[in-house]
Design a protein around this ligand. Structure first.
Ligand code: ADP
Length: 379
């Protein structure tokens, strides 16, 4: 048996999983939360030790797990780092210089890598980047229409994120349909706390909704998605907010939470049912933006074969799926309400068999995708 330990470090949480890349079997997984919080563990090193203890208690001892490598999810690799790569000191230095591009995500990932390398020095550590899948976006999709010299100097482009998930889910969709990836035009909707959409032609992404940072695009749990850049300038100039205040607002106090006070869609639906107008508006803005991206991607692809929902909201929220695609029969999308409402889990079709565009729900598995990328790198 060979396995990969997959680590996903956030500022206050550490998610871990032990995955067998060949079979796709997940032997164990867990999350250590409240890092640095009263009542939680003090730091990331303690969090990783806690994860090891939890694994041992479940009968998984590091020595006998057959670990091949440790895979680290890294959000931003900047312009040069995108292929899954074995971590060395130089890479850590490069990642540190990139932290301003992903101030919320990269610093804890770097800490996680440093701690894991100390605790597991004999294993190769592999960084797997969220941006990888979108590295070769067509220029028309990756370039911002801003002063090109400024863009070049500061490496400003649309990088895209959740790439591991978009790639995995689009491959799963092809497998589910029994059709070669190369002959499918797909839209993938990754709707979790973070949310992004992608248009994929023959396995290659031609556009995605996130940009320089994971803030662009769809409305998310706490992030605004698209806003007029003039809003930032106005708040800075007129409301006297600092750039840090604005950044925190757009990342943490916007999106569904900013409008509706809630991040979890189950709670949001309960509030809407109870007549809460703010929750209603949050939901309506969320769905409106989602439909706009779907429409945009239908036009970019020209001829779409399949639309796939994934991640927490996409996999579980039948109302979001219905409202995102309702009334689109003229565009070839015929959702089967009965299939859509069914509490089934796993990969499934939710459109009528006769629908020109097939609609699927496919659970994402970023841990497995990261484990497989690691296994490939370390051979
Ligand atoms: P992350 O982006 O943090 O990985 P997930 O993909 O796990 O998040 O998505 C988490 C979100 O999924 C929750 O905040 C919630 O809104 C939504 N969610 C989870 N389960 C359900 C459900 N049964 N019905 C509706 N929404 C759900």
């Amino acid at each position: 048996m060979t396995t990969v330990l997959v680590l996903n470090c956030g500022s206050s949480s550490l998610k871990y999983a032990v995955v067998e890349p060949d079979s796709g079997r997940q032997l164990a997984d867990g999350i250590v939360e409240r890092i640095g919080d009263d009542g939680g563990v003090p730091d990331h090193e303690a969090a990783l030790r806690t994860a090891f203890d939890e694994l041992a208690r479940a009968g998984h001892h590091l020595e006998t797990l057959g670990l091949l490598a440790v895979g680290h999810r890294v959000v931003h690799g900047g312009p040069d780092l995108y292929q899954p790569t074995v971590v060395d000191d130089d890479m850590i230095e490069t990642l540190k210089t990139l932290s301003p591009l992903a101030p919320l995500h990269n610093p804890p990932a770097i800490t996680g890598i440093e701690v894991a390398r100390e605790l597991l020095p004999d294993l190769p550590h592999v960084a797997v980047f969220d941006t990888a899948f979108f590295h070769d976006l067509p220029d028309s999709a990756s370039a911002y229409a801003i002063d090109r010299d400024v863009a070049a100097q500061w490496h400003i482009r649309r990088y895209g994120f959740h790439g591991t998930s978009h790639q995995f889910v689009s491959q799963q969709a092809a497998e589910f349909l029994g059709t070669p990836l190369a002959s499918l035009n797909q839209i993938v909707l990754h709707l979790g706390n973070g949310a992004s959409a992608s248009a994929i032609a023959g396995g290659r992404p031609i556009d995605t909704s996130m940009g320089l940072t994971p803030m662009e695009g769809l409305v998310m749990g706490t992030r605004s998605g698209d806003v007029d850049p003039g809003v930032l300038v106005y708040l800075w100039r007129r409301a006297g907010m600092s750039m840090e205040d604005i950044e925190t607002m757009l990342n943490k106090r916007s999106g569904v939470r900013g409008l509706g006070g809630q991040i979890d869609f189950r709670e949001l639906h309960r509030m809407i049912d109870a007549g809460d107008d703010d929750a209603r508006l949050a939901y309506d803005v969320y769905v409106h933006r989602l439909r706009k991206y779907i429409g945009g991607y239908l036009a970019l692809l020209g001829n779409t074969d399949v639309i796939t929902f994934t991640a927490g909201v996409g996999e579980n929220d039948a109302l979001v799926r219905r409202d995102a695609l309702s009334g689109l029969a003229p565009l070839g999308i015929e959702l089967d309400e009965h299939l859509n409402d069914s509490p089934a889990r796993g990969a499934r079709r939710i459109s009528f068999e006769t629908s020109p565009i097939t609609v699927l729900v496919i659970p994402t598995d970023e841990e497995l995708a990261i484990a497989r990328a690691c296994a490939e790198v370390v051979g």
